[in-house]
Design a protein. Structure first.
Length: 294
C-alpha cells in the first residue's frame, strides 16, 4: 500500500491538473464562441458565391478555358490536410489523419505507391503525423490559427492554384472537420481542383436563360473562379478552427470530470491508509503496554 506522503502528493498533483483543465475549458469556450460566429457568418456567403460561380460558368462559353478547370490524367496528387497546431483536443487530429490515409488508400493508392502523393499541411499536427509516416510534406502553414485571417489563407490558396496551373499537381483534395456542434465534428474529404463542371439548375428546372456579361464573360470568370476557391479554403479553415475549439472544450470537460473521480478515489485511499496507520500505532502502543505489565 502506498504511503500517506505518496497519496498526498498524488492528490495535490491531480488537483493542479484539474485546475489547468478547467482553465483550458474556459479558454476554449471563449474561443469557440468567436469561431462559431465567424463560420456562421461565412457559410451563407460561401454558398452564394459557389452558386454564382456555377450559374455563370454553366452559361459561359469560355468557362472550360480556365486552367483551374483543366482535367488531366491524375499522376501527382496534393492533399490539403487541415489540423490544429496544438493537441489536447481529443481525437480531433487523429480522425483527420485517419480520414486522409483512407482517402489515399481508396482513391490514390496507385499514385501513393509511386510516391506521387504530397501533403499540404495547414496546422503542425498534420505535418508532424505525415512526416512520421514518410510522406512528402510540401508546405506547412504553422501558427496560422493564432492569427487566423483571410489574408493568410488567401496566400495558401494562391500557392495551391499556382502549383495546379503549372502542372505540378493533377488533382487537389481538402480534408477538414466541419463544425456541427460542440461534441460533433463531420469529416469532409472534398475535391478542390480541378473545378468540377457544374450544371445550372435553371437549365433542368426552368427555361434556358441567356446571360449578358458586363464587363465581359472571360474577365468575370478570371476574377470569380480564384475568389471562389480562396473562400472555399477559408471556409474549411474556419470550420476546422471552430471544430478544434469544440473538441478541446469537450476533451477538457471530460478530463475535469475524470480528475474529480480520481480525487474521490485518492481521498478514499488516503483515509484508509491513514486509518490503517493509526490502528497500527494503537496496536503497537497496546502491545508495548502489555509487555511492560508482564
Amino acid at each position: 500500500m502506498a504511503s500517506l506522503k505518496e497519496v498526498r502528493n498524488r492528490i495535490v498533483s491531480v488537483n493542479s491538473t484539474q485546475q489547468i483543465t478547467k482553465a483550458m475549458k474556459m479558454v476554449a469556450a471563449a474561443k469557440l464562441r468567436r469561431a462559431q460566429d465567424n463560420i456562421l457568418q461565412m457559410r451563407p456567403y460561401a454558398q452564394k458565391l459557389g452558386d454564382m460561380l456555377a450559374t455563370v460558368s454553366s452559361g459561359a462559353e469560355t468557362a472550360a478555358d480556365s486552367p483551374l478547370k483543366t482535367v488531366r490524367a491524375v499522376e501527382k496528387v496534393l492533399i490539403v490536410v487541415v489540423t490544429s497546431d496544438r493537441g489536447l483536443c481529443g481525437a480531433f487530429n487523429t480522425n483527420i489523419v485517419k480520414a486522409t490515409l483512407q482517402l489515399i488508400e481508396l482513391k490514390y493508392a496507385a499514385q501513393a505507391r509511386r510516391g506521387n502523393v504530397e501533403i499540404f499541411a495547414i496546422g503542425k499536427k498534420g505535418a508532424e503525423a505525415f512526416a512520421r509516416r514518410g510522406y512528402t510534406v510540401h508546405t506547412t502553414y504553422a501558427d496560422l490559427f493564432g492569427r487566423l485571417s483571410f489574408v493568410a489563407v488567401k496566400q495558401a490558396a494562391e500557392e495551391i492554384m499556382r502549383d495546379f496551373s503549372s502542372g505540378r499537381y493533377d488533382a487537389v483534395d481538402v480534408v477538414y472537420n466541419e463544425f456541427k456542434n460542440v461534441a460533433t465534428q463531420i469529416i469532409h474529404a472534398d475535391p478542390y481542383l480541378p473545378i468540377a463542371q457544374e450544371q445550372n439548375d435553371a437549365k433542368t428546372k426552368g427555361p434556358e436563360v441567356n446571360y449578358i456579361f458586363e464587363p465581359g464573360e472571360e474577365q468575370i470568370l478570371e476574377e470569380l473562379i480564384p475568389k471562389s476557391l480562396k473562400i472555399q479554403l477559408y471556409r474549411a479553415v474556419l470550420e476546422s478552427n471552430a471544430s478544434e475549439q469544440g473538441a478541446r472544450m469537450t476533451a477538457m470537460d471530460k478530463a475535469t470530470e475524470n480528475a474529480q473521480e480520481l480525487l474521490k478515489d485518492l481521498k478514499l485511499v488516503y483515509n484508509r491508509t491513514r486509518q490503517a496507520a493509526i490502528t497500527k500505532e494503537i496496536l503497537e502502543i497496546v502491545g508495548g503496554a502489555e509487555a511492560l505489565k508482564n
